[in-house]
Write a protein that binds this ligand. Sequence first.
Ligand code: UFG
Length: 327
Amino acid sequence: MILVTGGAGYIGSHMVWLLIEKGYDVVVIDNLEKGHKKAVLGGKFYNGDLKDKEFLEKVFAENDISAVIHFAASSLVGESVQNPIKYYYNNVYGTLNLVDTMIKHNVKKLVFSSTAAVYGEPENIPILEEDKTQPTNPYGETKLAIEKMLKWMDIAYGLKFVSLRYFNVAGSHPDGIIGEDHNPETHLIPIVLQTALGIREKVIVYGNDYNTKDGTCIRDYIHVVDLCDAHLKAMEYLEKNNKSEIFNLGNGMGFSVMEVIEKASEVVGKKIPYEIGPRRAGDPSILVASSQKAQKLLGWQQKYNSLETIISTAWKWHSTHPHGYEE
Ligand code: UFG
C-alpha cells in the first residue's frame, strides 16, 4: 500500500487519482485544513495531522504500507514570513514525526515534495540541482531543512528518499473533475481564470519593471499530471536503485505573467482585464528549471507541457467549478 500524506490537497489529490488509475492500493491522510475531502477520488481516508504521533502510529499499524508520498505541508510563502513557527511545526516537525513512524515500522521509501523556493534568487538559468540553495523565506527554508534531515536519516537508518523540487505547478485532471481550490488563492493561473469567469474584477500584475523581455516575471509552469507521473517514476526508482536523489521538476520553458494572461485569453476566447501593480516582495524575476536529471535518471517525459494544455485543463476545472469544491 502507498501512503499519500496531504492527499486531499491540489497536487495530492491528483496523485491519489493517478495511483488508483495505475492499480495501486492507497491510504490517504489529510487534516483537511486546506484540503477537500471531495477531491479524494478513492483509497482509504484518515482525517488527521502529522503532528499527532498517536494518529500516525495507528495509520501505520492498521495498514501494510510499503512507501510514502509526502505532500502534507503549509506552502504559502507570504504566510511563512509572517508565521514561521507554523511552518517549522507543520513542515519540519510534521515530517520528523512521519519519518520516525516510518522507521519504527520499517518503511524505508519516501518521495518528498520539495520546492524551487529552496534556491532563492537563482545564480544561473536554467537552475540545476547542484546550484546554490539559499532560500529567501521560511517556506523554502523548512523544505531545505527537511531535505538535509532526510540525508541523515538515510545515513543512520537506510531511509531512501527522492526529493522533488517543483517549479510552478498548474493545470488539472484532463477531464476537469478535480482541480485547484485554495483559499486564499495566490497562484497566477487560477487568479487569471477566476477573472475570466467574472469572480474577480481584474488581474493585478505584480510589477512590469523586471529585467525580462516584457518586464513581467518569468516562471516555469509544469502540469500537475506530469508532476504526479514523476512521483510514480520516483517510487519505481527507489524500488529499483534503493538510492536517495534530488530532482528538479519543471518544463524547462519560461513564460512571463503577460504571456500567461494572453494565452489564457486565447483559451477562454475573451479579453481578461488586468492592471499593472507594484512588485510582490520576494519574487525572483526568473525561475526556470533544468529537468534533465529527472528525464535521464527517472525516464520521465512530460506529456502536457504546452502552456495552452496547462491553461485549458485548468479552465476545464474552473469553468465547471467556479466556486471550487464548495458547490
Ligand atoms: N502573479 C501576479 N499576479 C497575481 C499572482 C501572481 O502577477 O495575482 C505573478 C507573480 O508575481 C509571479 C507569477 O505570477 O511572478 C507566479 O506567481 P505564483 O504565485 O503563481 O507562483 P510563485 O512563482 O510565486 O510560487 C511558486 C510556488 C511556490 C514556491 C515558489 C518559489 O507556487 O510554492 O514558486 O518561489 F514557493
